[in-house]
Design a protein around this ligand. Structure first.
Ligand SMILES: Cc1ncc(COP(=O)(O)O)c(C=O)c1O
Length: 399
């Protein structure tokens, strides 16, 4: 028997889980231990891209579990090869490396970019440019890239050679991206910052400077990838071909997996022994991700994202008309941020609590933004029902 207070007793206090204890989930519904039902507008944090326990993902998992669970990288891993082929078929990539998480993919991507610059250009071309309000994970390199004091304080010394520039600020970009820059690391839509899209001119200027200085562009699609924005990967909407792309979260449909995607030329810099992972690309994760990616890459699911986005945004606008509770509503597919007009008894914490009490799961993002990132195949009737619960939650708080 486990209780919520066991968390405080046995777990490192880096998280503060909700009071209820989930016991099972199916599609976009989740049940707690008292059998209360919740509509899931969160899917982990943009992870369970096809909802919970999708029957085809379950089948892929159980089928593979009866064959081989683990293989060392000294052996040929068929599920990993099949999955790598899918990524290469649907993206710019020619080579793939599998990790276990998004931050690990970021680490490997930065290593790859630096090694490429070292071998092809100069030993001093090693600087990395990252942007304000970014989120790339929690390893040392990732927090150094994030650049916020909140995440780095007390963990120094940080990895060096990183420069920060304000996101979406074209001015002075040429001062940070120069011949010493090995790579620029960027999200095209910043998720943790509250669903903020990169501006076209900003992206174009980065592209131009990177071409001029032979600098690689690492696109972090850990959260924006796997259909979240309505394209299989968001870069397809931004007129930008990444040199290296990092994925994780939604590509596994709930199983832990990450990936670094790149060209053959760049991948050549990483030779035997220069990188690796015991569990990265393990057959179980790859078999599930293979099935998830096959489904997500279909027109049916990707077109559905855009239709469902409209349903959400129209509903949220209606709520805002009634309660004047959001400063803005920003969306990129099924990835929606509503910046709250914070007032007494109405903030992100009270919102989360009240939504849970109503049976609705939502997410927080920075800057007082409520984030919605449901399964890509959430049923329309659950969207409508969930928005009704959200409206009730807002009404309760504002009355
Ligand atoms: C854009 C982005 N990059 C990287 C990460 C880190 O991924 P992980 O938590 O799997 O290490 C996240 C996680 O939220 C993310 O949103």
């Amino acid at each position: 028997m486990v209780t919520r207070s066991d968390f405080n007793q046995f777990m490192m206090p880096v998280y503060k889980p909700a009071e209820f204890i989930p016991s099972k989930a199916k599609g976009s519904l989740l049940w707690d231990k008292n059998n209360k039902i919740y509509i899931d507008f969160a899917s982990g944090i943009a992870v369970s891209s096809l909802g919970h326990c999708h029957p085809l993902l379950n089948k892929a998992l159980t089928d593979q579990s009866k064959k081989i669970w683990h293989l060392s990288n000294a052996l040929t891993n068929e599920p990993a090869l099949r999955l790598a082929k899918i990524f290469c078929k649907h993206t710019f990539a020619e080579k793939v490396f599998f990790s276990n998480s998004g931050a690990e993919a970021i680490e490997g991507a930065v290593k790859t970019a630096r090694k490429y610059a070292y071998l092809n250009f100069s030993k001093t071309k090693n600087e990395i440019v990252a942007f304000s309000d970014a989120f790339h994970g929690r390893t040392m390199m990732a927090i150094a890239l994030n650049g916020s004091n909140r995440m780095t304080e007390g963990f120094g010394p940080m990895p060096g050679g990183i420069k920060h520039h304000p996101f979406n600020e074209e001015k002075n970009l040429e001062k940070v991206i120069n011949k010493k820059t090995a790579a620029v690391v960027m999200e095209l839509v910043q998720g943790e910052a509250g669903i903020i899209k990169a501006k076209k001119n900003f992206v174009q200027k980065i592209k131009k400077l990177c071409k001029q200085h032979k600098t690689l562009i690492i696109v972090d699609e850990v959260q924006s990838g796997a259909g979240r924005t309505g394209s299989l990967f968001a870069y397809k909407q931004f007129g930008l071909k990444p040199d290296i792309m990092c994925c994780a979260k939604g590509i596994g449909g709930g199983i832990p997996i990450g990936a670094i995607l790149t060209s053959s030329k760049i991948a050549e810099s990483m030779q035997i022994g220069s990188h690796g992972s015991t569990f990265g690309g393990n057959p179980l994760a790859c078999a599930v991700s293979e099935q998830a990616m096959k489904l997500i890459a279909t027109k049916k699911i990707l077109n559905g994202v855009k239709k469902k986005e409209k349903l959400f945004v129209d509903g949220l606008k209606e709520i805002n008309k009634k309660f004047n509770c959001f400063e803005n509503i920003r969306s990129a597919g099924l990835w929606i941020g509503c910046k709250l007009k914070v007032q007494e008894n109405f903030n992100l914490d009270t919102m989360m609590k009240t939504c849970y009490s109503k049976g609705l799961m939502i997410l927080k993002a920075n800057n007082n933004t409520m984030r919605i990132a449901p399964s890509l195949i959430i049923e329309d009737k659950l969207i409508i029902k969930g928005l009704k619960l959200l409206q009730e939650a807002i009404q309760d708080q504002l009355q």
